[in-house]
Design a protein around this ligand. Structure first.
Ligand SMILES: Cc1cc2nc3c(=O)[nH]c(=O)nc-3n(C[C@H](O)[C@H](O)[C@H](O)COP(=O)(O)O)c2cc1C
Ligand SMILES: C=C(O[C@@H]1CC(C(=O)O)=C[C@@H](OP(=O)(O)O)[C@H]1O)C(=O)O
Length: 391
């Protein structure tokens, strides 16, 4: 299974083409829209999210609510596009454009965004050509592709959730939950997708303070996937290790600067006896672990324990508070002033991370158990699970 995305932040639409989704997966727009709506929420988002009401259109690969095995095309329209038609014009520059509109050419790069380096690399003197594609608006269709992966995983009893562990230095302390359903429900009711109610309020205060100061803040998100069979991914070659693929995918999310699996960096500070997860066996569940410090991975393969992945999001680069930069036309220093931006998008980024990790797990699942149609894959999983239980 693979996908590509296309589309600009202020263009008409975002598109993804997904190839390799098995036939006979039940799939409706509502399966995807629910995650698109989740990605739009969260305390700290800017005015753009009030303009957009993201909804998917499925334009190929699905008939009467079931996938056919053909490539699936998903599109999400930008409602904001109507305000940008001239600036984003595909045709050569419109003579009727006023001087003011032409002036919207961007020559002032934001520190921390892709503006300057993208302009240098692709020889763009108008940095709009960079920001339109480097914008996290593109994560809309990554979430849409992830929702298809999540539907596929759910068909085989694999459940995915995420939550926020930290925002602007405020850490969630009480993050215990009994089941993944409880985790899902509690985070849906939280404006920052956090399980710790005390920390939740402090996180919201930190976001409000950052906004008031014209600043931005980042944080840490965690993705949990339960019900994954042992043995996805492989140790036999560096590029087959599933933990490595997941890590790369999470780092690929806009503004992500670090990824941990399980206790991650904490493992550097503990002896082996407190890190490695002791192995147990019983007739009903087969092999299991007494703990899950290694976040569901050994040798680049899933262990059958929950997959735990954490990602660090840096603060949003676009700031109301000016940071020094240089105008690429005049070479003069300037202090940026901006029209609008998110001040914190960590809760939204948790939903993107969820989609991203789910995608990699779904690809690995199909690699192991077959790719053509749902019942065939289900049969293969069932036989394998029976074999490893008694192994
Ligand atoms: C959900 C989400 C929303 C974002 N919103 C903004 C924003 O409003 N303004 C901004 O400057 N950056 C925003 N970003 C971050 C930039 O897209 C990102 O910093 C930029 O593409 C540069 O890439 P890098 O930070 O990965 O180096 C957002 C990221 C995510 C995941
Ligand atoms: C549009 C989204 O996020 C955008 C991501 C983004 C950036 O630079 O990454 C900049 C902002 O866009 P705009 O300049 O149009 O307000 C965010 O709103 C979205 O998440 O759907």
């Amino acid at each position: 299974m693979r996908y590509l995305t296309a589309g600009e932040s202020h263009g008409p639409q975002l598109t993804t083409i997904i190839e390799g989704v098995p036939a006979h997966l039940a799939l409706e727009t509502s399966d995807i829209d629910v995650d698109l709506a989740r990605r739009q929420k969260g305390h700290g988002r800017g005015r753009r999210m009030q303009i957009e009401k993201d909804q998917v259109k499925i334009v190929s690969g699905v008939r009467h609510g079931k996938t056919t095995g053909a490539p699936i095309t998903l599109i999400v329209e930008n409602d904001d596009w109507k305000h940008w038609t001239k600036i984003m014009g595909i045709e050569p520059l419109d003579e009727s454009m006023s001087e003011d509109e032409v002036k919207r050419k961007i020559t002032r790069p934001r520190p921390g965004h892709a503006d300057l380096v993208g302009a240098l690399k692709y020889n763009h003197r108008d940095m709009r050509n960079v920001l339109e594609r480097s914008s996290a608006r593109e994560t809309t269709v990554r979430v849409a592709a992830g929702a298809v992966a999540k539907k596929l995983l759910a068909t085989f009893g694999i459940k995915v959730a995420s939550h926020v562990l930290e925002i602007g230095g405020v850490k969630a302390e009480n993050v215990h939950y009994q089941s993944i359903e409880e985790l899902q429900e509690k985070t849906e009711n939280s404006p920052v997708r956090c399980l710790d109610l005390e920390a939740e309020q402090k996180m919201m205060n930190a976001i409000d303070q950052a906004k008031q100061d014209g600043d931005s803040i980042g944080g840490v998100v965690e993705v949990v996937i339960e019900g994954v069979p042992a043995g996805l991914g492989s140790y036999v070659q560096y590029d087959k290790k599933l933990d490595a693929k997941i890590t790369a995918a999470v780092m690929g999310i806009n503004a992500f600067k670090g990824v941990e699996i399980g206790i991650g960096f904490e493992a550097a500070r503990k002896p082996g006896s407190q890190v490695h997860d002791e192995i147990i066996w019983d007739e009903k569940t087969g092999y299991s672990r007494k703990s899950n410090n290694l976040g569901g991975f050994e040798g680049g393969m899933t262990t059958g324990m929950p997959i735990i992945v954490r990602g660090v999001m840096k603060p949003i680069p676009t700031l109301y508070k000016p940071l020094q930069s240089v105008d690429i036309d005049t070479k003069e220093p300037f202090e940026a002033s901006i029209e609008r931006s998110d001040s914190c998008a960590v809760p939204a980024a948790a939903v993107v991370a969820e989609a991203t990790v789910a995608w990699e797990v779904a690809v690995a699942l199909l690699d192991k158990f077959g790719k053509d149609f749902i019942d065939e894959i289900a049969g293969n999983i069932e036989r394998y699970q029976e074999r490893v239980r008694d192994f």
